[in-house]
Design a protein around this ligand. Structure first.
Ligand code: CU
Length: 322
């Protein structure tokens, strides 16, 4: 079957090129130039381009309609609401511009298609136009950038020590995550790659007294709802990226340095199952850098629950020394 299709395609190409040659010869015998477009042909091509605008924009809206349900559910973190707002605002601003510019571009292909009776207007400069198309986008971008920077600064500010919070270190390595809870002292013990050995897969320093109550967790980790969570990210090998889409969080995990992010989860897993009408819903931590062959499998479930449920779960986890 493959051979037949291949042969058919080759034959179509040969027939096509032969037809073209015949047309060339026919035109040459009449003294015409086949590659010079007539006004009629040009108008027709322009019309096709203009009509393609409706197909193109139609497809654009069709995609929005067809895949609307695939969007992330409502943000499950405080700062995520601001991120969603900015993202939506950007779309509301660029969509009309996108449609109008493409409409004008393709309409002009028709309106100003070749005509032997029209001389092209030489038009090199207009201060007025330059001013309009420079200040317009600049103003729009300034608004977006100022709003974005303000949100970013708020989001990226570390949690002050005096605020009650949970401290978790997430370590990425090919192809797994380890979460380390700071324990009762709320301080993560020292860790270093040179200490990685056997079960101590993330190199926690057992001699540091702050390490003694640290808890290492694999597979899934829990968060209390409405409590700020400070994350510290590390990597043991290549660059990974901690991606928690439902909380609108993504941060690179870079070997040799620590990165941070904090957020307040606002919706428990149970509530989200109801909201999304999906009894199997789970929050998830994914690696979002293509870090190697099993990258796709580098993930952890996140359970957001009430403070009591969280305390109970944490008490059951073994400390680093155990
Ligand atoms: Cu990875």
């Amino acid at each position: 079957m493959t051979i037949i299709i291949a042969v058919a395609i080759i034959l179509v190409v040969i027939v096509g090129s032969q037809l073209l040659k015949i047309a060339e010869l026919r035109a040459a015998s009449k003294g015409e130039l086949i590659y010079v477009m007539t006004e009629k042909e040009s108008k027709f091509q322009g019309l096709l381009l203009f009509l393609s605008f409706f197909v193109f924009i139609g497809f654009f809206f069709w995609q929005m309609w067809a895949w609307y349900g695939l969007r992330l559910p409502v943000s499950a973190s405080e700062h995520g609401v601001a991120i969603d707002f900015l993202s939506n605002l950007t779309y509301y601003m660029i969509t009309p511009v996108f449609i109008v510019t493409h409409g004008v571009l393709l309409w002009f292909c028709y309106k100003y298609s070749f005509s032997p009776n029209r001389k092209a207007l030489f038009f090199s400069h207009s201060n007025k136009l330059e001013l309009i198309w420079t200040t317009g986008p600049s103003l729009a971008l300034t608004v977006l950038i100022i709003m974005g920077l303000t949100s970013w600064n708020k989001i990226m500010a570390p949690i002050p020590d005096e605020t009650d919070h949970v401290l978790i270190e997430l370590t990425g390595q090919q192809y797994t995550w380890t979460a380390r809870y700071a324990g009762k002292d709320k301080i993560l013990g020292r860790s270093h790659v040179t200490l990685i050995e056997g079960v101590n897969a993330t190199g926690v320093d057992a001699d540091d007294s702050n390490s003694k109550d640290d808890k290492l967790v694999k597979g899934k980790f829990h968060l209390p709802v409405d409590v700020p969570v400070q994350f510290v990210f590390r990597s043991l090998d290549v660059i990974h990226s901690a991606y928690m889409p439902h909380f609108r969080v993504q941060m690179n995990c870079v070997p040799g340095l620590k990165t941070q992010f904090n957020f307040v989860p606002t919706i428990t897993t149970k509530e989200m199952k109801k909201k999304t009408n999906n009894p199997d819903f789970e929050y998830i931590l994914l690696c979002n850098k293509i870090c190697g062959a099993a990258h796709y499998n580098m993930q952890m479930d996140i359970i957001v629950e009430t403070q009591e449920e969280y305390d109970k779960w944490l008490a059951e986890q073994k400390t680093f020394i155990e």
